[in-house]
Ligand binder design. Structure first.
Ligand code: EPU
Length: 359
């Protein structure tokens, strides 16, 4: 006997997003297992309804009119561990809380995810964004992803190469209609050394005088907390989707021109003051937060019920009682200011449902 699917009607999505914005989902299903995901996809297919997949809602902007289709929330749990040579393979279900997984691996003494501490959201979303922070990326440890093919409903396993991971990007992000991620497998290193590659993290650890795995985790969490990048109901910058834009990757000569102009205009006193990192193909990654501030958008600025985080210019914040429309107006203002000042196009980082930029 196939149990009836518990499809809910008109579920407000605001309470399922960390921005606490957005209208309702026309239909809503909490998927507690793989069978629920497949049944939900079948149900939507029969009705000709669109399907969107929801994890922790921490990187999601939902339009004020909501989502006119079926939202499947991934709540399935389960973590398995398997020794494989000098590595340990950890497979976690899509609905597991990401930071609980990271905490568990750090406690077990497995290195590979420690710098990704304190990131909100669930496991299934991490390969989509190729989540990264403080010098570490999911792409370094991800081995494979188990997924449902949305067309055939077959369950497939994709290896890391098939995921096509790069900075905040993947096959899944470019083709959201193709797969639903059910679980992800990571290869971690027992008694491995933590990754200390980000200057800010390295300085903080040197001050503490310890570079062990638990200290790296605690320190990353503290660095994130100082930027209001930890989910905390008491934080006035708390309602956000983390970084609202990706760090732009530009040609080396464009980066040089931006640095030269910043110095000429007195925005920076020297080259060293302009944050940038080498990126793929000889290109240069710039810091969107730095560009935003230097384009005249101050931390803590407000526009009605939304604003820029007072701790980090890259996070847009909802102060309560606002709308997605207001948030998008602010985002557009930020985008336009950076384009006017530096000729750089910022691209939003979150996923958008029933909303877009420019409006
Ligand atoms: N900066 C400013 N003003 C600001 C914020 C930052 O000038 O308001 C400068 C900082 O001084 C620093 C540089 O920009 O020199 C970089 O800032 P930060 O170290 O805070 O990192 P980020 O580049 O702004 C990225 C990720 C974060 C991740 C951090 C740490 C993206 C879009 N964001 O931010 O990820 O935690 O690095 O590795 O790549 C997220 O994706 O939601 C996220 C929080």
């Amino acid at each position: 006997v196939i149990p009836a699917l518990d499809i809910l009607d008109r579920v407000p999505l605001a309470r399922h997003t960390t921005l606490e914005l957005g209208g309702p989902a026309r239909f809503y299903l909490r998927a507690k297992g793989e069978a629920d995901v497949i049944s939900g996809l079948e149900w939507a297919h029969r009705r000709g309804a669109a399907v969107a997949i929801l994890g922790g809602g921490s990187n999601l902007v939902v339009g004020d009119d909501g989502y006119d289709g079926l939202v499947i929330e991934m709540v399935q749990c389960g973590i398995e561990e398997q020794a494989r040579g000098d590595r340990v393979l950890i497979t976690a279900a899509a609905g597991e809380e990401w930071d609980e997984l990271v905490g568990r691996t750090v406690s077990a003494g497995f290195s590979g995810l420690e710098c990704l501490s304190g990131i909100p959201g669930r496991v299934g979303a991490t390969p989509i964004q190729n989540v990264g922070a403080y010098g570490q990326e999911v792409s370094e440890t991800l081995v494979s992803v188990r997924a449902v093919d949305r067309e055939t409903l077959a369950i497939v396993t994709l290896d890391r190469d098939e995921c096509e991971l790069s900075y905040r990007d993947s096959f899944f992000k470019r083709h959201p209609e193709r797969y639903v991620i059910l679980s992800a497998t990571f290869a971690l290193t027992p008694e491995g050394a933590p990754a200390v590659r980000y200057a800010e993290l390295e300085r903080a650890l040197a001050q503490i005088g310890s570079f062990d795995l638990p200290t790296v985790r605690e320190t990353v969490v503290e660095l994130r907390r100082a930027k209001s990048m930890i989910l905390d109901g008491a934080d006035p910058n708390g309602r956000s989707a983390g970084s609202f834009f990706m760090n732009p990757i530009v040609a080396a000569q464009d980066a040089d021109a931006i640095v030269a102009r910043a110095i000429a205009d007195g925005i920076a006193a020297s080259e060293r003051e302009v944050p940038r990192w080498p990126a793929e193909g000889g290109r240069v990654k710039l810091a969107a937060g730095w560009l935003i501030e230097r384009a005249g958008i101050a931390k803590g600025m407000r526009l009605g019920n939304v604003g820029v985080s007072s701790k980090h210019a890259l996070a847009l914040v909802h102060h309560g009682g606002g709308s997605t429309r207001e948030l998008l107006e602010l985002a557009e203002r930020v985008r336009a200011a950076v384009e006017a000042r530096f000729g750089v196009q910022l691209v939003p980082e979150p996923v958008f449902w029933g909303a877009r930029l420019p409006m």
